[in-house]
Design a protein around this ligand. Structure first.
Ligand SMILES: [Zn+2]
Length: 245
């Protein structure tokens, strides 16, 4: 079963790459055939196998020899690894299904943010709707509403205080995440992502790669924190209570 989870992850990762490339450009329709992004040559099925094609082609297009972005195999491996972890944690339950959908949402928003600097509405709105629908099978509608409201409010306040350091996409993503985590989880996401994002910003400033005014892409940190909280939130909470009580 673990192999099936990994394989499902690799194949899903392939489709997430397509979404990561197309959603920021507003290309929703699936066009016939896949082409090299550099030379436009039509690619064969053998060139599209997750991870293996990248290794086999040594990271270069078969036709124009230009480099294939490393993010392609990275997204595939990351999706496969997280699918395996979700399955190990939740087994064959409705939580696993919800976890796989949530993981996919987080991976796509992280990489559109890293590559294009945006988290598209075509991703966050369906994410919010999916979160509310799925909440009926997990944490319940009330918790989902509370989580979405709380996390959106926090990031809206952060956006107002920072004067544009945080984008609208981040706030909508926060809403989607809140529907999956509920209010307690939302608070944990805020704390964890602030620690991770803050550490990264300090590192960039200390190494001279950014100034104090450079906006930090916050989507990946929020997504990573959300995934950790969704997976291990109750364990973290128990550990924290154990430490203080
Ligand atoms: Zn090419």
């Amino acid at each position: 079963m673990i192999c099936i989870a990994g394989l499902t992850g690799l194949i899903t990762g392939y489709f997430l790459n397509v979404l990561i490339h197309r959603l920021p450009r507003g290309e929703l329709a699936v066009k016939a055939g896949n082409r090299c992004r550099k030379c436009g040559h039509k690619l064969k099925t053998i060139d599209l196998i997750p991870v293996f094609s990248y290794i086999f082609l040594k990271g270069r297009c078969r036709y124009c020899a230009k480099k294939i972005p490393l993010t392609y195999p990275l997204v595939e491996v990351l999706t496969a690894a997280s699918f395996v972890l979700v399955y190990i944690k939740w087994g064959i339950t409705v939580n696993t299904l919800v976890g796989l959908i949530f993981t996919s949402l987080l991976i796509v928003s992280s990489f559109t943010d890293i590559q294009e600097g945006i988290i598209p509405d075509h991703l966050t709105y369906p994410g919010i709707i999916a979160g509310f629908i799925l909440s009926f099978f997990t944490i319940g509608f009330k918790e989902a509403s509370g989580g979405a409201f709380l996390l959106m409010s926090i990031y809206l306040a952060a956006a107002l205080i920072s004067g544009g350091g945080m984008g609208g996409g981040d706030i909508k993503l926060a809403g989607a995440i809140g529907t999956f985590t509920g209010p307690t989880g939302a608070l944990m996401v805020f704390i964890l992502s602030s620690i991770a994002g803050g550490t990264w910003a300090l590192y960039l400033i200390a190494s001279g790669r950014a100034g104090c005014k450079t906006p930090v892409k916050f989507g990946p940190f929020m997504s990573l924190a959300a995934w950790i909280v969704w997976m291990y939130g109750s364990e973290i909470l128990k550990l924290y209570q154990h430490m203080w009580m």
